[in-house]
Design a protein around this ligand. Structure first.
Ligand SMILES: Nc1ncnc2c1ncn2[C@@H]1O[C@H](COP(=O)(O)OP(=O)(O)OP(=O)(O)O)[C@@H](O)[C@H]1O
Ligand SMILES: [Mg+2]
Length: 249
């Protein structure tokens, strides 16, 4: 499988504390990789390093065959490396369609002309409507975000970066606060309707990760302690001792 993301020897220290220590793994094109590990394992720190928000102290990141090491976050997004928007980027007083259309236009570089009523605005609204339709949310397109359920808003959070048609989407706990059925629906949509977009998914519910990911990487104390298919990781003695032992029967 061709790798879309290649991480090698990533290290990140906060003072004397090593939050990431020699982290290395690949994500293949269109592959869904789960990233699991206990609180403080370094998962979010790794996302911040991959997206360019935190400079690593060691190691290298290649994306789509190109070194990301010197690229600013926005340049990485332009290469097709997207992450879920911070909740603060979502406008509760706008409708679902308007929020996603905003993300489309921001990506196109004409976010400031949002209120211009141009042809670009119509095209962005159309893209937004298509994404909502794919997610089974067409009937909610004109609903204000503040009137939507937590599950629906999480869905919108995940749809926003898809407006960019990314080659890799980093999802940091997108299913937090969702029911199992809502989580399955969200991951099902991402995998089914956006099969060309590779996923790197952090979630604490390991059944969600094992159920939807092709491969799983396990971290503990800043290091990768296991990697493989869900079945392999479930059986891995080191992983079971360090992390899964109490969680998997
Ligand atoms: N800016 C920072 N300054 C100092 N320490 C930090 C900083 N960011 C993270 N850390 C520490 O690095 C470690 C890894 O944190 P990180 O948030 O990456 O863990 P995580 O795996 O995402 O955990 P969780 O599952 O709770 O989200 C933690 O011990 C955390 O306290
Ligand atoms: Mg985290």
């Amino acid at each position: 499988m061709t790798a879309i993301l290649e991480l090698r020897g990533i290290g990140k220290r906060f003072g004397a504390f090593a939050a990431l220590d020699d982290v290395g793994f690949d994500v293949g094109e269109g592959e869904a990789v789960g990233l699991i590990g206990p609180n403080g394992a370094g998962k979010t720190t790794l996302f911040n390093v991959i997206t360019g928000f935190l400079p690593p102290d060691a190691g290298s990141i290649r994306f789509a065959g190109q070194s990301m090491d010197r690229l600013a976050p926005a340049r990485r997004v332009a290469c097709g490396l997207a992450r879920t928007f911070q909740t603060a980027m979502v406008f509760p007083g706008l409708t679902a369609r308007e929020n996603i259309a905003m993300a489309v236009r921001q990506h196109a570089g004409d976010g400031l002309r949002w209120f211009g009523g141009t042809r670009a605005a119509a095209a962005a609204a159309q893209t937004a409507a298509r994404l909502l339709g794919d997610a089974g949310l067409a009937h909610r397109a004109d609903t204000l975000l503040c009137d939507m359920s937590h599950g629906e808003r999480r869905m919108i959070d995940a749809l926003m970066p898809l407006a960019l048609s990314p080659r890799l989407l980093l999802l940091d706990e997108p299913t937090a606060g969702l029911t199992r059925a809502e989580s399955d629906r969200l991951l099902g949509i991402l995998r089914r309707n956006h099969a060309d977009t590779a996923l790197l998914l952090v979630a604490h519910d390991i059944d969600i990760v094992f159920g939807h990911c092709d491969r799983v990487v396990v971290m503990d104390l800043g290091r990768v302690i296991g990697c493989g298919t869900p079945a392999e990781v479930r059986e891995d003695a080191v992983v079971r001792r360090a992390y899964l032992g109490t969680m998997v029967g």
